[in-house]
Design a protein around this ligand. Structure first.
Ligand SMILES: [Zn+2]
Length: 290
């Protein structure tokens, strides 16, 4: 790291914020990646998409004096992975591409990705020019969701499960199963780290993970209570088709639960927009999946 580099700098729409000795939270247009910098080499945790990855690559080069020599996929979703081909294809030198076997198996379905050059076993620890990077398949967002943890830096790169500084995204990031989602969050709290780089939102802390678990507990209790108070029979005449009766019940539960949660959670940015989706997701979990 060169002397005189500021701890937070914005250039050409990219913000770099130092979160540990070698790790930088890098944000561009609502998306975030983590740049792990060792001397003049940088590992980008998630290539991102829509040109954000190359813009962050350029900012890392101009501000930190480091070239991206490796990228890693946290999970096979196009919005976090789609710029991989451009990052590799326009690089000055060779770029290593890292993914866990679970993630690599799902990558071919995505546009813009390139195949990993190094497959990681679950739990593997990679040495990036002297910096340890642990890859752990934790699920919760997608079945292949992998966290990258820098144990000596106290940084956890865990994507799309927590949105520090705001309410969780639609349906908890469209988590396929709230049981798996909650298990992934709890697992994150079982290991040592201090700073969360989460893909969206602000740099986070352990308290941000705890906050989501608290919110889930409040949400589950509120939805369970309202489900009892609003049984299916109440909506028997709401529509001719059963789907319509279910939707009428969901809408009523959403209204009651959002009102119940608002005193504690209403000030969280994005709550008003996202909370109905959280209720619907918990409704599905408790009635059909849980
Ligand atoms: Zn995702």
């Amino acid at each position: 790291m060169t002397g005189g580099v500021r701890d937070r700098v914005t250039t050409d729409g990219v913000t770099l914020e130092r979160v540990s000795e070698h790790a930088w939270w890098a944000q561009c247009e609502g998306y975030q990646t983590t740049a792990v910098v060792s001397g003049t080499a940088a590992l980008l945790l998630d290539p991102l998409s829509g040109g954000r990855g190359p813009r962050i690559r350029d900012a890392v080069r101009s501000v930190l004096g480091a070239d991206v020599t490796a990228v890693a996929y946290s999970h096979a979703h196009r919005d976090h992975a789609g710029d991989a081909a451009e990052l590799v294809g326009t690089a000055r030198g060779e770029v290593a591409v890292l993914a866990t076997r679970d993630c690599a198996a799902r990558l071919p379905r995505l546009r813009g990705t390139v195949a990993p050059t190094r497959l990681l076993d679950d739990g593997a620890v990679v040495d990036f020019h002297g910096i340890a990077v642990e890859a752990c398949v934790v699920g919760g967002h997608t079945v292949d969701s992998t966290w990258f943890r820098l144990p000596e830096e106290g940084v956890l790169h865990l994507i799309d499960l927590v949105h520090p500084g705001q309410a969780e995204f639609d349906g908890f990031g469209m988590a396929p199963d709230l049981g798996d989602y909650r298990a992934a969050l709890r697992r994150a709290l079982e290991v040592d780290w201090q700073v969360l780089t989460a893909g969206h939102g602000l740099p986070g802390t352990r308290a941000d993970v705890t906050l989501v678990l608290d919110y889930l507990a409040d949400l589950e209790a509120a939805v369970a209570g309202v489900l009892d108070a609003r049984p299916p029979q109440q909506f028997a005449g709401a529509a001719s088709h059963n789907y319509g009766r279910i939707e009428a019940r969901v809408a009523a539960v959403q209204e009651d639960v959002v009102a119940a949660l608002t005193p504690r959670w209403g000030a969280l940015p994005g709550f008003g927009e996202a909370a109905p989706s959280h209720v619907k997701r918990m409704f599905a979990h408790l009635v059909w999946f849980g």
